[in-house]
Design a protein around this ligand. Sequence first.
Ligand code: AMP
Length: 387
Amino acid sequence: MLVLVVNCGSSSLKYQVRELEPGAEGGTVLASGLIENIGGAAVRDHTQALELLAQRLEDELDGRTIDAAGHRVVHGGERFSVPALVDDGTIDAIEELSPLAPLHNPAAVLGLRAVLQKWPELPQVCVFDTAFHGTMPEHVWRYAVPEEFYERWGIRRYGFHGTSHDWVTGQAARFLGIPRPEFSCVVAHLGNGASVTAVRHGSSYDTSMGYTPLAGLVMGTRTGDLDPSVVTSLLRRDPAATPEGLDAVLNKESGLKAIAGDHDMRAVQEAADRGDERAELALAMAAYRLAKYVGGYHVAVDGAQALVFTAGIGENAVAFRKRVCDRLGALGVVLDDDANAARSRGIRRISAPESAIEVLVVPTDEEQAIASATAALVAAGSAGAPS
Ligand code: AMP
């Protein structure tokens, strides 16, 4: 089966075509690419981006045609806790969730409609970033605020990066030879956006992002956890402060960027290695915040069997992993420094044999996860459909 994986931003469309068998993992990447500047002079809108994509695929796939499309959708709200085969109501439902993800869901809707217009008969599947966290218990997903906040405005913790946390959990359990329902771990997805998830018996039990992806860890440009009074206080005291302006500062001008002057972990680490004190402070803050979560989540899952690092920083930042693990001595974590420093693209163990908790690096692959979910749902759907 040829699956087109689509990840739509408001001005970009990232795609990959994978060939895979339903129920099987892996598959081969036959084509991939990025269409940028949608809304600019060359590519007017997502519909035109789809035309461009179709032309590219005709060349890259040697005339073969795709069998299904799988879309990454950031917010599935409470309605979507598993991947969904797209029918008439699905796109409208995703659009209705836009107030919860104003930057992301409208773009996904544009992508879904553009694919529908271009290939009306093509089965489409949505895979939601929030879905994996649908198993969080109520005492975890609730904020301690008046009921109306939840009933009227949908204010609760949702969590994000679920596709990656889910995928990485499955890979780690298999690597360790532990059946997933018996596997508890802490997964640190550390990219430009970063979140950490407590996985209990194979399912999400808690996660650091909340109502939006702003909560939790210190990220490239996002604050992570912050006393909400900071926002109300600034709105009252600073005549120039607006909700939109503060939103932009907290999401785009904070995190490593605010402290070290750069959002990129590589640049911050290099600056710290040269003795830059602000870069050192930023790294200390980010590592401390993560270690604090790992300690809390170790308790949340009644003892994690593994700590798993993934995404750009988690997979590559040797010094940052060491900085975090060195703070986890109280949990009995012992890093194998040579294994931590070794370069590899594969899944690997970086803890010492005597470590009380296995520490792993597991490369994430959200496209593969989306392609697998899409193939499985489409195969199940067509198996059940009248011929
Ligand atoms: P992602 O959003 O998953 O692509 O991750 C991006 C982050 O990974 C950036 O902060 C990069 O600086 C960081 N990163 C990528 N490669 C390395 C590396 N070799 N060492 C340290 N950080 C890295």
